[in-house]
Design a protein around this ligand. Structure first.
Ligand code: NOJ
Length: 751
């Protein structure tokens, strides 16, 4: 009999139910309820884990209570939202995904784990893998954007980085993939709203990243707040039991989101007894903060609504997670004063954080190669985020200290040197809207407003602009304008900052924008009026240095968008791999009567998925395929294209492979990403980039939920973005006779 089974046999029912309770220290409360009497509950064996602290002394004290004051001495799990670094903060996850550099992402997660475990945390509520196509939803900042294929790869890299290859090491931690499921599809981008989705879309677009994280070994899963097709995700039998436990064979720990069980009462699913019982029955193991399990499971058992076997199963999975982390061998494994001193915010971690910025920021436009800046130019640096450290980390950076962050102003001075002529004026507040300020300053005051009248601030900015060769304006969102409960109906640059930009434009000076946000923004005016736009997202501890490296050309930007930037908020949801309509617009047109379009804006986005410029230029040769026709499941297709750096600087290019299935038994997306490679080329250098395509890449789900593929012609695209590709077509059939039939049809032009 295993250690955990023996332990279970010794446990009373109360002790088992106690393990299912996750308490919080309330420092990261993300709801109106807080855990109370935490130490007492731990002493009474009424908690299986604690989250919200990264204070090793505090955590150690709690672990001591669990180990020494309870009958069985079962150690606690220590959870925390370790999302994009711990003390050394990396760019937000959406930014990191724009690097398309999986090794880099893996390393950020690895460093996050090294630092967080040095402060006693052994369970990361990360990665968030929710596919998101609506930038009004503030939490798009926490994920990898809109694409399933890329999102799945990023999910895997994050889990590998956090968990390493041995969870028992004191510098690896258990990952928690979240939020199962489909949280990224909340209606109208409004936080905590409903999700209603077809099974095909779920299977094809939204579920694969969760699966990819689990295939990479993620030890735990967090349920989502939203309902799915009328049933809350936290008690969704089809998602939790049928899909997660049975189809995906997941035997790890399932924890709810913050008070998600209790919230089912508000969803209208019954009282606390009812909802706690259905959550357990659906496959939830651990209840975050709400204590519905603690308060009601005993009675539900007596009433026959749940069984003791279910409680045992949930408890067993929690104990197994502790065993996997090595906590039964040493409950204090993760506490080390020495590691806390020597492995946090090290020069190496900071240097790496700085490097990640050039790979994650996206050069959206750069007319006349105005960037990089000349170090000897007279620069007017303006904007409410130019001299800011409070907002640099980005949301979910619990352990960050903004004093450790480098502002853009400081970074530009560091990089350009003491002789640089950089004049600074704030120019405007981030926002003067009291409603928004109240919402975003909820926990920490990060929008700290200058009391001067707006016109005075603009005048001051204009004075230095008139005297400068170039204006660099750092504008965008405050940290908490994206993230949890930060949905925005207007996703543009706030009005006060837009007023500043409009005044600056009138000076006629070259205008470079550095834009900061946790979501795609609508930048139609900015695109028309600025000479260059460098979108830096929230770039973390080394923000200023990393961005200055790019601004002055010490580093060449190489990020490409993983989420479409709309022209207008009315276009959302907008994403590159939309399905084909029966009335598509003719290519090149913006409006046609009785075609799928708007009368007031084009269908196309401002900046498409996969877009991102460099200080050099790349040219793509034609797509070459090693076969024109294939048959059977085992055949593979090799596609390649030669990419040449035709500019004057060394640069990194993200080569993207997309497939189109022009004729099928279901409407298929116009294009789907099926591969990518990031390469680095010196000026004049060429490289052949090859991809192997298998039948798996052609598959899709039919109405019965079966994964199928069909004989036919397929188009292979290789290029620099979702709208800039070259293509070649191929026939791929189930067998030789279907191959002949498709070929004949295609020869007659009917395929
Ligand atoms: C609520 C968030 O939805 C979730 O992502 C997070 O992990 C928990 N709060 C804990 O902080």
């Amino acid at each position: 009999m295993s250690f955990v089974d023996r332990l279970l046999l010794q446990m009373t029912l109360e002790e088992k139910i106690g393990q299912l309770n996750l308490v919080s220290y309330g420092k990261v409360d993300t709801g109106t309820v807080r855990s109370v009497g935490v130490a007492k509950k731990i002493a009474a064996a009424q908690a299986g884990g604690l989250f919200g602290t990264h204070d090793p002394a505090e955590a150690r004290a709690m672990q001591t209570i669990a180990v020494e004051q309870t009958r069985l001495g079962i150690p606690l799990l220590f959870g925390l939202d370790v999302i994009h670094g711990h003390k050394t903060i990396f760019p937000i996850p959406l930014a990191l995904s724009c690097s398309w550099n999986l090794e880099l992402i893996r390393k950020t997660a690895r460093i996050a784990a090294i630092e967080a475990t040095a402060e006693g945390v052994n369970w990361a509520f990360s990665p968030m893998v929710d596919i998101a196509r609506d930038p009004r939803w503030g939490r798009v900042s926490e994920g990898a954007g809109e694409d399933t294929y890329l999102g799945s790869q990023v999910a895997r890299a994050m889990v590998e980085g956090l968990q390493g290859d041995d969870l028992k090491r004191n510098d690896t931690m258990m990952a928690c993939v979240k939020h199962l499921g489909l949280y990224g599809a909340v209606e109208a981008g409004r936080e905590y709203n409903s999700v209603d989705m077809s099974p095909v879309r779920m299977l094809e677009d939204y579920l694969p990243p969760y699966k990819a994280a689990l295939d990479a070994g993620a030890g735990s899963v967090m349920t989502a707040f939203n309902d799915i097709n009328g049933v809350p995700a936290t008690a969704h039998p089809e998602i939790l039991n049928d899909l997660l436990r049975k189809r995906w064979s997941f035997d790890g720990l399932v924890v709810t989101d913050y008070t998600a069980i209790n919230e089912m009462v508000e969803h209208g699913m019954g009282d606390l007894h009812d909802v706690s019982a259905v959550a357990l029955n659906a496959g939830v193991d651990m209840d975050m903060v709400g204590e519905g399990f603690l308060e009601t499971l005993q009675q539900s058992l007596d009433a026959g609504h749940i069984s003791e076997t279910q409680i045992d199963m949930a408890c067993r999975r929690i104990l197994l997670a502790k065993e996997k982390l090595g906590l039964f061998d040493d409950p204090y494994l993760y506490f080390s004063d020495e590691r806390a001193k020597s492995r946090i915010l090290t020069p190496e971690h900071r240097a790496f954080a700085r490097e990640t910025i050039a790979e994650s920021c996206v050069l959206l436009k750069n007319d006349g190669n105005i960037l990089p800046l000349d170090r000897s130019a007279k620069i007017a640096l303006v904007g409410p985020l130019a001299d800011d450290t409070l907002n640099m980390p980005g949301n979910w950076s619990i352990a960050a200290d903004s004093d450790d962050c480098i502002s853009i102003r400081q970074g530009m001075r560091n990089v350009a040197g003491p002789d640089a002529r950089i004049a600074y004026a704030r120019g405007s507040n981030i926002t003067d809207d009291p409603r928004v300020i109240a919402a975003v300053n909820y926990r920490i005051e990060r929008v700290v407003n200058d009391p001067r009248p707006a016109v005075d601030m603009i005048d001051e900015a204009l004075r230095i602009a008139k005297d400068a060769d170039v204006v660099v304006a750092v504008v965008g969102e405050a940290q908490e304008m994206s993230g949890e409960c930060a949905s925005r109906a207007d996703i543009g640059i706030p009005e006060e900052q837009r007023d500043l930009l409009q005044a600056l434009r009138k000076t006629g000076k070259p205008l470079v924008l550095v834009t900061i946000s946790g979501r795609p923004l609508t930048l139609a005016w900015e695109h028309e009026n600025a000479d260059a736009i460098l979108h830096m997202w929230f770039a973390g501890t080394e923000a200023g240095n990393g961005v200055a490296d790019v601004l002055f050309g010490g580093a060449n930007p190489s990020g490409k968008l993983t989420m479409t930037f709309p022209r207008h908020v009315g276009q959302v949801p907008i994403y590159y791999n939309h399905r084909r309509t029966g009335r598509p617009l003719s290519p090149g047109l913006e409006f046609e009567k009785f075609k799928s379009c708007y009368i007031d804006v084009p269908n196309t986005p401002q900046y498409p998925f996969g877009h991102g410029l460099s200080y050099t230029s790349f040219e793509y040769g034609p797509v070459e395929l090693d076969k024109t026709s294939l048959n059977g499941e085992r055949d593979v297709l090799h596609a390649r294209a030669t990419v040449t750096n035709t500019g004057a600087k060394t640069g990194k290019e993200i080569v993207q492979l997309y497939l189109t299935d022009p004729v099928a038994s279901m409407t298929r997306p116009v294009k789907v990403l099926r591969g990518f490679e990031k390469i680095e080329l010196a000026p004049g250098q060429s490289q052949q980039v090859g991809f192997t395509i298998t039948v798996g890449d052609l598959k899709f789900y039919d109405l019965s939920g079966a994964e199928i593929w069909e004989s036919g012609e397929f188009i292979v695209h290789i290029g620099a973005s979702s709208v800039s590709t070259q293509s070649a077509s191929v026939i791929w059939a189930k067998d030789a006779s279907e191959e002949r039939a498709v070929a004949a049809k295609s020869a007659s032009g009917a395929a």
